[in-house]
Design a protein around this ligand. Structure first.
Ligand SMILES: [Zn+2]
Length: 247
């Protein structure tokens, strides 16, 4: 059950839009990667919670995720309360990830910033002995705190301190996004209302943004991240020495 990497998100599709290229690359490198969706996105304009759950499962298969888990907390109602923190703590102790990706620190959709703060607190409390939780079989859980936390970028931009090269996985990322066909019906908006994210323009912007951040590190496409806390620890600098920027 242990994962190397767990991406945590307010809504199903947050991870696809913001870090799916990186997740797919990590899966290709043999890492065990999972996604924890906090809500079912039931307040979204288009689609139903059931269709979004199915879409999330389809996207997980495309990306090669080992786990996709939904906590069914209330969409547009995430609060930094004991109940919501405890739900996350339980999942984190179950999957024991070494690295977590979490929502943007502050974003257009208030759920994103709220989820980031809630998740950060839960990840800390997950390491405390006196916060007691049980697993699905009622067995007491061991404490767990991930070693590294990265915010992914959503609507609002920030200055990233890590850009991951997704040149080889951008197609998988786009395929996973299109699995959410109720949200990103780019070719045929159909009967449902057009939303901020359903138009072709939004999708084109995603690729342009990947190209922009890729350019910053001298590759075709990239995904930007903000390392939480820091400094970034190192025992070797191969990850820098092996990366030759195009000048
Ligand atoms: Zn979202």
């Amino acid at each position: 059950m242990k994962l190397d990497v767990l991406a945590i998100a307010a809504h199903p599709d947050d991870t696809e839009l913001s870090c799916a290229g990186t997740l797919a690359a990590l899966v290709k490198q043999g890492k065990r990667v999972g996604v924890l969706d906090l809500t079912r996105g039931e307040m979204g304009t288009r689609g139903t919670p059931e269709t979004r759950l199915q879409e999330a499962a389809d996207a997980a298969e495309i990306l090669g995720l080992a786990v996709r888990h939904n906590l069914s907390l209330p969409d547009a109602g995430l609060t930094n309360t004991d109940e919501h923190r405890r739900a996350i703590v339980q999942a984190v102790r179950t999957y024991q990830p070494d690295l977590c990706f979490i929502n943007s620190p502050d974003d257009r959709h208030p759920d994103h910033g709220n989820a980031a703060r809630l998740t950060l607190d839960a990840l800390f409390y997950s390491g405390l002995q006196k916060i007691e939780t049980t697993d699905e079989h009622g067995k007491p859980q061991e404490t767990w705190r991930p070693s590294h936390i990265l915010h992914y970028m959503q609507d609002r931009t920030f200055t990233p301190n890590i850009v991951f090269d997704i040149s080889d996985t951008i197609e998988l990322k786009e395929k996973a996004i299109l699995a959410f066909s109720s949200q990103f019906n780019v070719d045929n908006p159909g009967e449902e209302p057009e939303t901020y994210i359903s138009s072709n323009r939004f999708f084109e912007n995603l690729r342009a943004r990947s190209a922009h951040f890729g350019h910053m590190i001298g590759v075709k496409y990239g995904e930007p991240f903000l390392y939480h806390g820091g400094p970034i620890p190192a025992t070797a600098l191969d990850f820098l020495l092996n990366h030759k920027q195009v000048r």
